[in-house]
Structures are given as structure tokens and as C-alpha cells.
Design a binder for this molecule. Sequence first.
Ligand code: IMP
Ligand code: MG
Length: 178
Amino acid sequence: MNDIQLYDKKFEVFIKADELKHIVSSLAKKINESNLENPLFIVVLNGSFLFASDLIKKIEIPNTEISFMKISSYIGVNSSGKLKKIFGIEKDISNRNIFIIEDIVDSGNTIHEVVKILNNKNVKNIKIITLLYKPDAYKKKIKIDYIGKSISNDFVVGYGLDYNDLGRNLSNIYKLKE
Ligand code: IMP
Ligand code: MG
């Protein structure tokens, strides 16, 4: 019951919308406690859009700003390893306190690339927020500062995450059924 089908694959409920709400609230609480001055939240599109919109509504740090960048690495259910920067941050962000908002950190290739791009812009401070984290897949050294939930190496969809562009609209997160 509650399974869904996207193209050729079946998925089962993994993290319900209620639990996602709790995860987002507790992340927001921790981020608010950091109280970094005039923070700029950078949403890494597409996957993070629902998570980011729920999270940002709960951020109470004064003078909070939001911007977007788009990077893509996944084709199907495997990380392609090749990253495409579709669009980035145009304005001057030197000396700013940055929070990166990611949907999921898998191999870490994407977050590594995003951090590299931002460091070239001479920002003051970078904190990484991710809804989901796959510790067994992570291959990089960069510290992930705020993790919603660590998960096993399963492929997941829903709440912004997609399988070849399907599944982003689902309010639960589902995992691939073997
Ligand atoms: P990484 O570069 O391997 O860390 O992968 C990060 C990006 O790949 C994420 O921002 C997602 O967009 C996508 N991704 C990684 N794992 C999954 C998954 O299980 N489902 C859907 N997308 C994923
Ligand atoms: Mg993403």
C-alpha cells in the first residue's frame, strides 16, 4: 500500500510529510541560534525548492536574504559525476555569511563544486544545510553543518527530489523498492 510508480520503478513511503515538518523545524531552530549577521541563503536548485521554501519561512535572523543557483549532476538514479552549472550568483557576495541549502548530499560532488564557486567570490563564511545526507556515499572532506536526516544509500524521491524529473511534487519522501 502507498507505493508509487514513476516510469519503470516502484517506490515505497520512507519519510512522511509530518516527519519532514519536524525535521525542518528543528533545523530552523539550530540555524536561528547561529545568528550570523545579514545571512545570504543560497538555494541549490532544483531539488531543494520545497525544503528551502519551508525552511526559510522559519528563519528569524534579521536581514536574511535568499538567492538561487542551479547545478545538475544526476541522470536517472546514479550521480553522473559530471556537473553542469546552469546559473549562478551574479551579484557581489564578498564578505557575506552564506548558508547553502541542499536537498541531499550524496557523493558530495555537487556541494564541493558549490563551495568552490562561492570561495572564488571571497565570501566570509559558508555553512552547509542539507535535508538528507548519505554518509556511506559521501566522498568529500567538507563538513556538513546542518543535517536534517542521515539515510542509507537508497535512491529517494519526493518533496522536491526527482527521478528523471518526476516525483518532485510528492509531499512524502519515497525510496526505491528493490
Ligand atoms: P552528489 O553531487 O552526488 O552529492 O549529489 C547531489 C545531488 O544529486 C543532489 O542535490 C540531488 O539533486 C541529487 N541526488 C542525490 N541523491 C539523490 C536521490 O536519492 N534522489 C534524487 N536525487 C538525488
Ligand atoms: Mg540538488
